[in-house]
Write a protein that binds this ligand. Structure first.
Ligand SMILES: [Zn+2]
Length: 237
């Protein structure tokens, strides 16, 4: 435990600048993990030890969205950004995907939401069971829609985040209470490492772009998934 705390502190100390793929701080994002709140329709909330509750980030009732029963959330008004290239015409705000709770704001388009559900059902959930023996109950998204350039670099092309095509994941929570974050789990050894790496690997396919700690310095602490398709096949690093 002490070693884990040390590693976390070391990882934090190593960050000389805020992680570029992360959203700017917003209300609620400072909390370590947030669980979806009860649905207005009376669906029992997912209770996860250590999670704090937040109100639904969507407007209107929480229920299946995008015509897909795996996607629970709310349809929200069209998003437009300061940059006219940014925005989502028909965004959804998700609270759970394929039975796995999301602990923070997740605003994407339906195509991205479906890719997310595919990965959760066929990749992340089976990987958790296979390597840890415990079901995956929650993940912590750290960025979804945000109007910005790629990796926040001046002059870089527009990020897929700016079109609702992308989602960043930083942590996984298992039913037995264990948590694996990307930054320490990636090289943490053992079954946790095997799980985290399989979760990353299995996103390649459902998503056209998959980036993790092995890709570049911008992705040391989270996975970036987006639905952009590339001429030479999927880009997964
Ligand atoms: Zn990203």
């Amino acid at each position: 435990m002490r070693r884990l705390a040390f590693l976390l502190l070391a990882a934090l100390a190593a960050c000389d600048a805020p992680a570029p793929e992360l959203d700017p701080p917003s209300p609620g994002s400072a909390a370590p993990l947030l669980a979806p709140s009860p649905s207005p329709r009376g669906v029992a909330p997912t209770v996860i030890p250590g999670f704090q509750r937040i109100q639904p980030v969507g407007i209107g009732p929480v229920g299946p969205v995008c015509g897909d029963p795996r996607l629970i959330g709310a349809s929200i008004p069209a998003i437009s950004g300061g940059d006219p290239r940014c925005g989502i015409a028909e965004p959804v705000s998700l609270v759970s995907v394929s039975g796995v709770a999301l602990s923070g704001k997740t605003e994407v388009n339906c195509e991205t939401a479906r890719a997310f559900a595919d990965w959760m059902a066929r990749g992340a959930r089976p990987a958790a069971l296979k390597y840890t023996g415990s079901p995956l109950v929650a993940v912590r998204p750290v960025a979804s829609y945000v109007c910005r350039s790629r990796n926040r670099q001046a002059g870089a092309p527009l990020s897929e985040h700016a079109k609702g095509n992308a989602i960043d994941i930083a942590e996984f929570v298992l039913a037995d209470g264990r948590r694996f974050d990307v930054s320490t789990g990636w090289n943490g050894g053992g079954r946790g490492q095997a799980f985290v790496r399989e979760a990353w690997r299995s996103a390649c396919g459902p998503f056209g772009t998959v980036l993790g700690p092995a890709s570049d310095r911008f992705h040391r602490d989270h996975f970036h998934f987006d639905i952009a398709r590339h001429r030479n096949g999927n880009y997964c690093r």
